[in-house]
Write a protein of this length. Structure first.
Length: 355
């Protein structure tokens, strides 16, 4: 089966070669849609494909994505961003999968916000879909293809590896432009709009939007994440009680997730209740995070974070031996982490350990 890879780009001349050098190893067709670059992006794209198209930006990512899909001619379509990177091993997996794909839509792991080479956020995204099914993106911001047909989750990872920070107001501006134009936000838009407000430290506004979202419908995974975001906003506002209520509300949607457990642990640790903090950090280590449900997932919340925080909690209780053991477990995951190394020096003196 043939595969078209579609990208929408703007001012990506620095990262586009890195992406397309991966893509050319498995794509039968590469389609690049430029939404208004002022640098050499289009010239770079033309080194890899003659299917480079211009699209007049209309403040709607789905419109641009769907335009790119309309130019595809292969049996299957895959979408990427210019700052996505696929390892040689994962490129090989894609080639193997496309020899005999048994799905209509395939979800691949999306690893984002790398921390020293380790992904700090991992979740599944719809990435490859059968062209004859006429799938289309929805949502002006944080666009996605509604899942349908025969779906498979594949052991393939796409790494979203930015080399420069984006405009923090871009997505917020699109939402506010739509609202000022009279558009009514659906439940998914409310969720993401509340998050954009949070990311821009507009905490009161974020709380109002997220509370409104939680009072209505919407996807359960978004509900859980909204509770975590709401707790973050309340913590920033200095209201620990409301933050705790938001975190406990996640349990009404699904079994406890590691992120909520860690945030509850942090709350109790800040209040000096080390034993309660220990309970929640230990719960974070064993929580079922239902990664394939499609929600956001930070691996650190079920590994490094609770381990390093257990070290802190036991140290405050005066149990230095246990604290040191947890610090070493954290170090096994991130041996170059500054907190682990500082703790290691501390315990070497405290317990007279030779380093």
């Amino acid at each position: 089966m043939t595969l078209s890879v579609c990208l929408i780009v703007k001012n990506e001349e620095e990262v586009l070669p890195r992406c397309l050098n991966c893509v050319k190893t498995f794509a039968d067709e590469i389609i690049v849609v430029d939404t208004g670059s002022t640098d050499g992006t289009t010239a770079v794209a033309k080194q890899y494909t003659d299917k480079v198209h211009l699209f007049e930006w209309c403040y709607d990512f789905s419109a641009a994505r769907n335009f790119s899909l309309s130019k595809a001619g292969s049996d299957f379509i895959m979408w990427l961003d210019a700052d996505d990177v696929i390892s040689a091993e994962n490129c090989k997996k894609i080639r193997e999968v496309m020899k005999n794909p048994g799905f209509d839509m395939a979800f691949l792991q999306y690893a984002a916000a790398s921390d020293g080479g380790e992904p700090a956020l991992v979740y599944y995204r719809e990435r490859i879909f059968r062209r004859s099914k006429n799938y289309r993106f929805a949502g002006a911001v944080h666009e996605a293809v509604p899942p349908s047909g025969k779906i498979e989750y594949l052991d393939i990872t796409v790494l979203h590896d930015k080399i420069k920070a984006g405009d923090p107001l871009r997505n917020l501006g699109i939402y506010q432009r739509r609202i000022s134009g009279g558009a009514l936000l659906d439940e998914r838009d409310k969720f993401y709009y509340g998050r954009e407000l949070l990311f821009n430290r507009m905490y009161r506004e974020s709380i109002a939007v997220l509370e409104n979202f939680l009072s209505g419908g919407g996807w359960i995974e978004n509900k859980i994440e909204a509770c975590l975001n709401l707790a973050e906003a309340y913590f920033a506002m200095g209201d620990a009680k409301k933050a705790e209520e938001a975190l406990l509300k996640t349990f009404s949607y699904a079994a406890p997730r590691s992120a909520a457990c860690c945030m509850l642990g942090n709350k109790f640790l800040a209040e000096g209740d080390c034993k309660s903090a220990i309970y929640w950090y230990e719960a974070a280590l064993t929580a079922d995070n239902a990664v394939k449900n499609g929600g956001f997932f930070n691996p650190d919340y079920c590994g490094f974070i609770p381990l390093i925080q257990l070290c802190v909690a036991y140290d405050r209780l005066g149990d230095f031996e246990t604290a040191n053991r947890y610090n070493e477990k954290a170090g096994n995951l991130k041996p170059r982490n500054s907190s682990y190394l500082a703790n290691k020096r501390y315990f070497s003196e405290k317990l007279n350990i030779k380093v």
